[in-house]
Each structure stands twice: as structure tokens, then as C-alpha cells.
Design a protein around this ligand. Structure first.
Ligand code: ADP
Length: 600
């Protein structure tokens, strides 16, 4: 019995186990791991060849050349393993240059060829190969010795840089390797070198950059990322709570004053302030919705055909109306040669232009605000150049780079009376980015600012037909004989709706639940319109509407009146079968529009 085979066989099994674990796990992609993979593979081939060589005469009778081939493979395995191991020590010593690698590759191939052609003899016993000898084996000893010397040198010169745990397999290799060499001198047939190399390979598994360690590192990274996101959210919430409190404070304060005030002019004045604060609050909420959508990658650019001249003229009108009675001239120049129709997300383009114009108007006390839109056309692409220039307070040089950050507001003391959240430009920049455009800003502090947006839009083939101007004036309808049912679980909301309807001369009934609404209809009350809140306890507005529709005689128009105001909600409610949609807070003009449609 050749005892070496017992070692080889058992080593083969545990190296197979290590290989299975190692190759089925996710690995770190670095040179150390690549070399380790090769070490395992060469180990497996070497051990398998040893087992096969021992039994080659029995397994392949009459084919002695197979034994010679296997013995050469074993010698090449020893060469491969020691060279890989040496290169591994190079890597952990920091010697990873291409030059070192190429040098080692050349040495490897020279000796590889030598081991293939140099004479090799075999010692057998009872037809079983015991060991090989000859010039081929001597050459192998020579290169192995050179490699070991090289490893020692690298260890000695890089004591400090090599991690301590990496020393263990190398030292074990030296101790056990020397022991095996001594043993072999007395019992030449006892070849346990490959088993020692397998043992060292196994030990190395615990010292190389382990997949488990890497997964732990990844988990830590993920945890850090989650912590950062959480902190950003906390910052966001605290900023928002502060921003929301400001207009709320105005609403609350002026409301208290109104309660104690008897002079009707003062009351009207304060009511106007409340409206302005509410408008500001609404802008903050819309801003938060936009920012959170942009950050969650949920904001989509919806490209439709639009008339750019109309869009920019509307924007200019809106911006002009915000000037109030400030001594500021508003000039707008919308180029005549803009295409009739473009394809793009005009609501977002409008938002971008309006944000810039609103700022120009807000931060200019006197002088001018100039709005210009030009275009450069090439094939079917129209490059829109939107420019907003003002002679306002300007922005300091050091603040220009921070302009597009969230919640960034400058000269706070000076601008104390100017309302804002610091979200406008952050949203504007993100929208421009989403539309693959560019925005640049320049300013001279104390003299004024300029913002330029460049966005490419596709030119539509459609040409403008001469159509009669649509009348935007709202026809007044006589509401005297009409009645509206308002459904809302919130008493204040019911009061607001009833007061607004009252101010328009519309009679209404109020109910505070879906069930009550259904009861009223079932009891035969007649209404011309139902304004239905959606988010109500027990029966939501949508559920109530579904129950009402089950009655084939039910034909009252139902309009969703809800604070669920994020984008796409109108389409959502229309899809649910509602006739129309009004978002809260109720805009009186919007309410009038709906009443005009359904009560006329
Ligand atoms: P805000 O709601 O405060 O206006 P923005 O994000 O729109 O928020 O603007 C951020 C800050 O940039 C403003 O608070 C203001 O200090 C400055 N800013 C923006 N536009 C102008 C402008 N046209 N002139 C001067 N300062 C401006």
C-alpha cells in the first residue's frame, strides 16, 4: 500500500469542499482572489493526477505513456503551485507591478517547457508508481528552492506591510514543507508535499479577502448610506416644519386679530394677508411634493404637443400680475420665429420659466425684469433659450454655486419680508436636468441677476390653423334654483365649502360621511351636483360613489373634492368615474368653473 495516496485522497476531498464553498460564494474581485482561485484549481488537478498515477497501470493497462503524462502533470502542478504561491507573496508585499508579473510569467513558461521535455524516470512497486526522479525532478527542486528563497526575502523586507494573519500559512508552509522534504529523504515513496500545499491552501482561505468579510463591509456601507438618508430626511422635516410654521403663524395670528377687530377695512386687509400666507403654504406643500417626487425618481416628463408662444405668453402674463405696484418695468420678448408646435412637457417648462420670473419679480425692488425666449432650430430640434434678467438685489459670487441647493436662501435679514422656501431653484434645476437641458446663473451683487435655461424640444409637424380666440371669460350662470351636496368628514372643510358656495349664490346641504350622503340620495333629496371628499373614515368618497352608481337611476354629477393633490390625481379620479376634480385648498375660480359646467 502506498501511504502517499491516502494523504492525496483525503486532501483532494477537503480541497474539493473548500473549492465548492469558495466558488459558490460571491468573491471580491482582486488579484489576491484571482491567484487564490488558480491555487485551488491547480491543487485539485495535482491531487487528482497523483491518485490517478498510482493506479494508472491498473486503470489503463498496456498504456504506460499515460503514467508518464500524469507524472509530468504532477511536476507541472508543483511548479504552478509554488510559482502562484510566490506571486501571492508578491501581491501581499505590494509588488504588483506589470513588470513583476511578466517576469514571473516568463520564468514559469521556461520551466514549464523544461518539465515537459527533460528526462523523467519512474520508480514503481507491484505495478504502482511510487515516485519519479531524473533531471526533470531535479529542475523542479531547483526552481522550488529559488521560489522559497524569494518568498523569504520578500517576507523579511516587507515585515511591516504584510498583515500578521497572512504570515500564518506561509510559516506553516516552511515548517511542514521542510519536514516533508526531510521525510522524503528517508522514505522517497512518501510524497506528502501536495497534501501540505493543500493544507496551506485551506489555511489561506481564512486569510485572503474573504467573501463573508466583504459582505459584512457591504452591509456596513449600506447601513451608513441608510443613516445618511435618514439624517437627510430628519433635516428635511425640521426645515419643513420651520417653513410651514411661518405662514401658519401668519394665518393663526391674523385670524385671532380678525376675531377681535370691528373695522371692516382692517378685517379685509388681514384677510388678504391670510390669503397670501395660505398661498405661500400651498406653494411649500407643492414644492415638497415636487422635491420628494424628484428625489424618489418618480417625477416623469410627459411629452405632449404644445404651442410655445401661448405657453410663454401665459407665463409672462402671470409673472407681470405678480409685480403688484412695485416700480418695476416688465418686458417680455417671445421670438416670433418659435415653431407653431413643439413636443415636450410644457407644464414643466412653464414651471421652470415661472419659478425664475417669480424670483426676478420677488428680488427686484425697482428697475426692470426682462423675459426673453429665443430659439435655434436644426433639423427637427428646436433649442429653446429662455432668459430671465433683472435689476434686483443680485447674488454674491460665493453664493452662486449654492443657488440650486435645497432650502438655500441668502441675505435672510435683508429679505425677511420676501416669502420663499429655498426650494424653487432646486426644483427648477432638477426639472431642467430631467429634460436634459442646462441652466446657468450669473449676477452682480447689488445690480441684478440673469438666469439662462437651454432646453431642446422636438418640432411638431402640425401647423397653426387660424382659429377664433377662445374666450376665457367665465359666463355667469344663475344658480338660484340649483342645489349642491357637499360630503366631507372635516367640519372646517364643510364650513369653507359652504361659505364659498354661499358667496357664489349656490345653496348647499352638508353631510359628514359617505353613509349620510347615500341616505340623503336614497331618501329622495334632489341635487344638481355632489362635491365629494375622498379620504373619509369607514366609507371613502370613491366607495360611496361606487355604491351610488349601483342605482341605475342615479345621474347626479359627482366631483371629487380632495386634498389628494399630487400629480396624476385628476386622471385617477376621472378614471374612477368622477365627473371632475377640485383640489383642496379650494380655489374659488376653480369652483366657479366646475359650477358653470355642471349647474348650467
Ligand atoms: P426662494 O423660495 O427663497 O425664492 P429659490 O430656490 O427660488 O428659493 O431661491 C433661492 C435663493 O436664491 C433665494 O432665497 C434668493 O436669496 C436667491 N435668489 C434667487 N433668485 C434670485 C434673483 N433673481 N435675485 C436675487 N436673488 C435671488
Amino acid at each position: 500500500m502506498n501511504y502517499s495516496i491516502v494523504f492525496s485522497l483525503s486532501s483532494f476531498f477537503y480541497i474539493s469542499l473548500i473549492a465548492t464553498i469558495y466558488f459558490t460564494k460571491r468573491r471580491v474581485r482582486n488579484s489576491e482572489n484571482k491567484i487564490y482561485s488558480l491555487l485551488i484549481i491547480s491543487n485539485l488537478i495535482g491531487l487528482l493526477s497523483e491518485v490517478l498515477t498510482a493506479y494508472s497501470n491498473k486503470l489503463f493497462p498496456g498504456m504506460p505513456f499515460i503514467q508518464t503524462i500524469l507524472l509530468r502533470i504532477i511536476n507541472i502542478y508543483f511548479l504552478t503551485w509554488i510559482m502562484l504561491f510566490t506571486y501571492y507573496v508578491c501581491i501581499i508585499s505590494g509588488r504588483t507591478s506589470k513588470k513583476v508579473r511578466n517576469k514571473m510569467l516568463i520564468i514559469y513558461f521556461v520551466f514549464f517547457l523544461a518539465l515537459l521535455i527533460l528526462p523523467l524516470k519512474v520508480k514503481t512497486s507491484n505495478g504502482m508508481a511510487l515516485y519519479s526522479y531524473g533531471l526533470c525532478v531535479k529542475t523542479l527542486y531547483g526552481i522550488t528552492f529559488a521560489c522559497i528563497m524569494n518568498i523569504m526575502l520578500m517576507l523579511l523586507t516587507n515585515m511591516k506591510t504584510i498583515k500578521k494573519k497572512k504570515f500564518v500559512p506561509i510559516l506553516i508552509y516552511f515548517i511542514f514543507g521542510s519536514f516533508a522534504a526531510l521525510l522524503q529523504m528517508y522514505i522517497p515513496s512518501l510524497i506528502i508535499t501536495s497534501s501540505i500545499e493543500s493544507f496551506v491552501t485551506m489555511l489561506m482561505y481564512h486569510t485572503i479577502e474573504n467573501p463573508d468579510i466583504h459582505i459584512l463591509e457591504e452591509l456596513n456601507l449600506e447601513r451608513d448610506r441608510a443613516d445618511k438618508a435618514n439624517n437627510a430626511k430628519t433635516d428635511f422635516l425640521s426645515s419643513m416644519s420651520h417653513e410651514i410654521r411661518t405662514p401658519l403663524n401668519a394665518i393663526n395670528g391674523f385670524s385671532q386679530l380678525i376675531l377681535e377687530e370691528n373695522n371692516i377695512d382692517t378685517i379685509k386687509d388681514e384677510a388678504r394677508d391670510i390669503m397670501a400666507a395660505s398661498q405661500n403654504l400651498l406653494e411649500i406643500v407643492n414644492g415638497i411634493l415636487d422635491i420628494s417626487k424628484i428625489e424618489a425618481d418618480k417625477l416623469e416628463i410627459v411629452n405632449v404637443e404644445y404651442d410655445p408662444k401661448k405657453v410663454f405668453n401665459d407665463v409672462a402674463m402671470l409673472a407681470k400680475s405678480r409685480l403688484g405696484n412695485k416700480p418695476v418695468q416688465f418686458y417680455s420678448s417671445i421670438a416670433d420665429d418659435l415653431p407653431d408646435y413643439l413636443n415636450g412637457d410644457y407644464t414643466r417648462i412653464k414651471q421652470v420659466a415661472l419659478n425664475l420670473l417669480t424670483n426676478a419679480v420677488k428680488y427686484t425692488k425697482k428697475g426692470q425684469v426682462i423675459f426673453s425666449v429665443r430659439s435655434v432650430k436644426r433639423d427637427n430640434v428646436c433649442r429653446l433659450i429662455i432668459e430671465v434678467k433683472d435689476t434686483g438685489i443680485g447674488i454674491k459670487k460665493e453664493n452662486i454655486n449654492k443657488l440650486f441647493n435645497k432650502f438655500e436662501r441668502f441675505d435672510k435679514e435683508e429679505n425677511i419680508t420676501i416669502e420663499g422656501t429655498g426650494l424653487g431653484l432646486a426644483i427648477t434645476k432638477k426639472l431642467v436636468d430631467l429634460m436634459h437641458g442646462r441652466i446657468i446663473a450669473d449676477s452682480i451683487y447689488g445690480q441684478g441677476s440673469i438666469f439662462i435655461v437651454v432646453i431642446d424640444q422636438l418640432i411638431s409637424d402640425r401647423k397653426k390653423e387660424k382659429v377664433k380666440e377662445e374666450t376665457t371669460e367665465v359666463k355667469k350662470v344663475n344658480y338660484d334654483i340649483q342645489k349642491v351636496l357637499v360630503v366631507d368628514d372635516n367640519k372646517v372643510n364643510l364650513k369653507v365649502a359652504s361659505k364659498l358656495l354661499d358667496s357664489l349664490g349656490v345653496k348647499c346641504d352638508l353631510v359628514d360621511s359617505g353613509e349620510e350622503c347615500i341616505n340623503k340620495i336614497n331618501e329622495g333629496y334632489l341635487y344638481n351636483l355632489i362635491l365629494m371628499d375622498d379620504m373619509m373614515p369607514k366609507l371613502s368618497g370613491t366607495e360611496t360613489f361606487k355604491i351610488l352608481k349601483q342605482n341605475p337611476d342615479f345621474n347626479i354629477p359627482v366631483v371629487a373634492l380632495t386634498a389628494n393633490a399630487i400629480e396624476g390625481m385628476r386622471e385617477h379620479y376621472i378614471k374612477e368615474g368622477f365627473n371632475d376634480y377640485i383640489s383642496k385648498p379650494i380655489d374659488k375660480k376653480e369652483l366657479e368653473r366646475v359650477l358653470n359646467i355642471y349647474l348650467s
